[in-house]
Write a new protein. Structure first.
Ligand code: UDP
Length: 151
């Protein structure tokens, strides 16, 4: 089992899509291990988007990510990091495949609905960045056999 971080971005909250997006992950069969609403600071966003520090849009994405609170989620499942990235789709909503979250709900490269960790290393760092240990819950859903059979 892997755990991964998803952030429902301010555009998702503003557009009233919280339930829609959470249900995408839920109905896929991922297990919700943590969830909270939080208002991201410039400090945490500078750390989170440090890989984009030299880009001209660095300040713009930080501003966009702090116009209102976001919802941070921890989703768990077999290969959850890859599965969630596949569900999210390509960064630019206009290029993302229909059927993916960004492909179905976004017309923008910036306002692209969700953030999703892109590797096991990043997921571990990002979950620590946004959650305290006691905000992540370890439990098993009782439909695991139906979800994974003998995988
Ligand atoms: N972004 C942007 N312009 C770009 C590339 C990225 O505004 O040309 C924003 C977009 O919101 C994206 C975030 O910066 O989700 C982080 O970019 P990254 O390359 O890490 O893409 P992701 O992993 O989110 O698909």
């Amino acid at each position: 089992m892997e755990k991964t971080l998803v952030i429902l971005k301010p555009c998702t909250i503003q557009r009233g899509l919280i339930g829609e997006i959470i249900s995408r992950f839920e109905r896929k069969g991922l297990c919700l291990a943590g969830m909270k609403m939080t208002w991201l600071t410039d400090e945490i966003l500078s750390e989170h988007y440090a890989h984009l520090k030299e880009k001209p849009f660095f300040q713009r994405i930080k501003d966009a990510m702090s116009v209102c609170p976001v919802i941070v989620c921890c989703w768990e499942g077999v290969d959850a990091i890859h599965v969630v990235r596949q569900l999210a789709g390509a960064t630019n909503g206009r290029n993302a495949q229909p059927g993916t979250i960004r492909g179905d709900y976004s017309m923008s490269v910036q306002e692209n609905i969700v953030h999703a960790s892109d590797s096991p290393e990043t997921a571990a760092i990002e979950l620590k960045r946004f959650f305290n240990d006691d905000e992540i819950f370890n439990y098993k859903m009782n439909n695991l056999l139906a979800l994974y059979a003998n995988d």
